[in-house]
Design a protein around this ligand. Structure first.
Ligand SMILES: [Zn+2]
Length: 167
């Protein structure tokens, strides 16, 4: 390759890398800008949330003072007062959790008592595969092997080892 061509190639590659670095840098700058912007928005939202919490706390205090005054005056019986307050709060109750439909759902299974443990489906037994015994080399079902530090041992070899004793 002639030296000028090689030089041009090198220069072009550096130019391309510099361009990529500049692009990445400007992307990082714009991300930093939007992070700073989001930070400002979050701080404003937190301030609004704090102010609303304070207002709600004040309103609760006022409502309780009114309820207590009303109850103390005897103008409305306590039972009726409770009933009316419960009725007013009913629309704000959290929704019931959805009941699954279809097989295994409420149509097929008796409904469990609230707080009862959720039944777990029976676990599948592990698949049986043939493995080679590390001592005799026989292919035996994995369920009939014993795992040792050396590897899987068939029952016969394991028994032999146990009888031979340590060492
Ligand atoms: Zn064996």
């Amino acid at each position: 390759m002639d030296p000028i061509q090689r030089f041009t190639f090198t220069w072009n590659r550096e130019e391309l890398e510099r361009q990529k670095i500049n692009e990445a840098a400007s992307e990082i700058n714009s991300l930093a800008d939007s992070a700073a912007h989001l930070g400002g928005q979050i701080r404003r939202l937190l301030a609004v949330d704090q102010a609303q919490s304070t207002r709600i706390a004040k309103l609760e205090a006022v409502v309780w003072a009114l309820i207590e005054t009303l109850a103390a005056s005897g103008a409305v019986p306590t039972a009726e007062l409770n009933e009316r307050i419960s009725g007013a709060l009913a629309p704000f109750a959290p929704p019931e959790p959805p009941v699954p439909e279809g097989p295994g759902g409420y149509r097929d299974a008796p409904r469990a008592a609230p707080g009862a443990p959720v039944p777990t489906p029976p676990r599948k037994p592990p698949p049986v595969v043939d493995v080679a015994c590390v001592a005799c080399g026989r292919q035996v079902p994995s369920s009939e092997t014993l795992i040792t530090a050396d590897g899987a041992l068939c029952e016969a070899c394991h028994t032999e080892r146990v009888l031979a004793g340590p060492g």
